[in-house]
Every structure is written in structure tokens, then in C-alpha cells.
Ligand binder design. Structure first.
Ligand code: IDP
Ligand code: MG
Length: 150
């Protein structure tokens, strides 16, 4: 069992896809631990995308991601990091399989709707960055759990 950081980007928020994305993770059987709508600063985005510093598209993603509110979330469950990435689809929506979020709703890499952590290290780093106050692990986890896990 692990946690991942999933974010609906400004394009996903403006296009009314927040509910759709939450729905897919909920229906898969993952558990929402934290969620906040926030208009991110350039500082937090530069930190979030630190691995891309110096790349040609870096200023563009920081500009775009700071252009409006995003929905930051923490999701919990069995292999949620890897599976979350699969549910998002490939970075370029034209290469994302139909049935994935990017594959179903996007057409260009710079407007690919959502973010998902790519490893356990990134997930913990991103969760700390976006939820510095910490994330509560409620122990009244849905009783549904018994129907999802053996
Ligand atoms: P990921 O979001 O699938 O993890 P990354 O390679 O980590 O993809 O890139 C982070 C984000 O930066 C992408 O989701 C996309 O929005 C943007 N991005 C990546 N590569 C390009 C590019 O070549 N042109 C424009 N934007 C890009
Ligand atoms: Mg990435």
C-alpha cells in the first residue's frame, strides 16, 4: 500500500474534468486522503518540476501551471503510483492509449490535463511539497476495503 500525488492541471480544472478524474480513481478502488484547490506560485512549481530545470519547455510549464487554480490530491492504495501513471496515460496525449485520462481528453503534451508522481521518491517529495501541513491517514478507511483487497 502506498500514496501518490495526483494533480488536475489548470486545463483540466477549466475543462470541468476534476470530477471525472476523481471518479476514475475512486472507481478503481483507490482512496482519497487529501485534496486542495490552489493557485500555485512559480516557486512551488519550480520546485515541483525541478527535474526539468534547464529544459526548453521548463519556463512554459511554469507559466502555464501558474495560470490558474489546480486541484492537488493524495491517493492511497495498492500500487497506486504505477497504476495512477497508467490511468493518466503517456505524457503526449496523442500517444496515450484510449481509455486513459490523457488519451480520452487531450491532444497536446503542454495541455495534458493531469500530473501523477513517477516513483515512490517523487510521490513522497511531492506530497510534502503540496501538503506541508501533513496528510492524515484516517483509520476509518472505507468498509469497502474488504471488498477490494483480500
Ligand atoms: P509526465 O507529466 O508524464 O511525468 P514529464 O516528462 O515529467 O511528463 O514532463 C512534465 C510535464 O511537462 C508534462 O506533463 C507536460 O505537461 C510538460 N512537458 C513535457 N515535455 C514537454 C515538451 O516537450 N513540450 C511541452 N511540454 C512538455
Ligand atoms: Mg513527470
Amino acid at each position: 500500500m502506498e500514496r501518490t500525488f495526483i494533480m488536475v492541471k489548470p486545463d483540466g480544472v477549466q475543462r470541468g474534468l476534476v470530477g471525472e478524474i476523481i471518479k476514475r480513481f475512486e472507481q478503481k478502488g483507490y482512496q482519497l486522503l487529501a485534496m486542495e484547490m490552489v493557485h500555485p506560485t512559480r516557486e512551488i512549481l519550480e520546485e515541483h518540476y525541478q527535474e526539468h530545470k534547464g529544459k526548453p519547455f521548463f519556463p512554459k510549464i511554469v507559466d502555464f501551471m501558474s495560470s490558474g487554480p489546480v486541484v492537488a490530491m493524495v491517493w492511497y492504495g495498492n500500487e497506486v503510483i504505477k497504476t495512477g501513471r497508467k490511468m493518466l496515460g503517456a505524457t503526449n496525449p496523442l500517444e496515450s492509449a484510449p481509455g486513459t485520462i490523457r488519451g480520452d481528453f487531450g491532444v497536446v503534451t503542454g495541455r495534458n490535463i493531469c500530473h501523477g508522481s513517477d516513483s515512490a521518491e517523487s510521490a513522497e517529495r511531492e506530497i510534502k511539497l503540496w501538503f506541508p501541513q501533513g496528510v492524515t491517514m484516517y483509520d476509518n478507511t472505507r468498509t469497502l476495503q474488504q471488498w477490494l483487497y483480500e
